[in-house]
Design a protein. Sequence first.
Length: 132
Amino acid sequence: LVITSPLVTDFPNNTVDYFYSNFGEIPYGKTLSFDVLILNDSLCRIPENLEHLQKPTYIAIKTNTIEVCSYTKRTLIAQSIGAKGIIIASPKADYAKGNVLESDDGNGKKVHISCLHITNDSFEKLSKIGKI
C-alpha cells in the first residue's frame, strides 16, 4: 500500500506491507485508490452510528482477544456497511511474510471485497496519521 496523503510518514517510501486473504476480490494488476477509515472496533458486529460509507473506502481494524470472530465474518460486516475493502491488523500478518493468509472459515464465497492484512505495528502507525 502506498500512502499518498500525508506526503511524509513513518513508513519507508510511504509504503505499508500487506497480505491478501484467501477469499474475496484480489485485484491482480489493478491500481487501487481509496480512503481508509480507521475504526476502534474489532468488527465482530455492525458498529453503531456507522450507517454507510463514502466510496471508495476501506475500513482498517485491529483484532483483539475480547471479541473473537473470523476474518471472513469481519469482512462480510465491512461489506454489508458499504466498505470497498477491509484492512485487518493481526498477529498473523507478522509472520505471513508475503504469503496469502489462509483465513476462510467456509463463508469466503459470500465476500466480494478485498481483505488485506497488515501488522499491528503498521496499524498503530496508520492510526497516528488519521485519514489516509
